[in-house]
Design a binder for this molecule. Sequence first.
Ligand code: MF3
Ligand code: CO
Ligand code: CO
Length: 270
Amino acid sequence: MLLRPRSAPRLNAQEREAMRRACRFNAQLMDEVRKHIRPGITTGQIDKLVYEYTRDHGHTPACLGYRVPDAPPFPKSCCTSVNDVVCHGIPGDYVLKEGDIVNVDLTTIVDGWYGDQSETFLVGEVSDEARRLVQCTFECLWLGIQAIKPGGKVNDIGRAIVRHAHQYGFSVVQEYQGHGIGRRFHQPPDIPHYPRPRNATRIEPGVCFTIEPMINAGDWRTRRDPRDGWTVRTWDGKLSAQFEHTILMTEQGPEVLTLTQHGPQPGHQF
Ligand code: MF3
Ligand code: CO
Ligand code: CO
């Protein structure tokens, strides 16, 4: 019986290297996915590419068959969340069209270690509102990363994200959070994207975690599709965007493990 840790595991030098390798592969997979995002591709074709590329490299897609209480096992190898879908969209027959925004969330298991990241793509030319939302969300992720120091408070991440989202007139999703990650997909600490009262959690060197803000153009509330048990949409049908990185806190500061070679770098303008 595997016991769930109550507090965040702190990785030694070898374990940190293993996480770097897992996240490097995941980032390389994102670089592959990015080449194929254009009007006309289906979300199912994106999933097929993720499945095959992962398998061809001898690794395992973490989403496939992933189980949480009160939902069926996740049926595909990645999440594709289009327009008003906040997260956990299931790839299928949907054909991406000019003006859509789509988040692709990838998680790979490499030698037993998990790398997790997501990126929102603009499909062709999009509305000003969609572009502003994606820009704001990308900035929120990086401000969250820059807000945390070795031994610093988790709440500093959420404070930076909420301030920035509200400056744009957007809202921050509360029901879904970042998380610790390592030999498990989801583990302590919780990383809410808003400051939580009395949350004294700190991030010590050696702790691996994600930051993955979901920012809504309208209301922050969401609802889960009762038919598939997974797809999370905005309450009001307005747009939602997300970006995610896996981060290792080192003695020197946060190290972003899932940074891609070819994707948007900090400061990027969409
Ligand atoms: N990758 C998501 C996260 O960032 C989790 C997806 S779980 C799945 O935590 F089952 F929907 F794939
Ligand atoms: Co993810
Ligand atoms: Co995650």
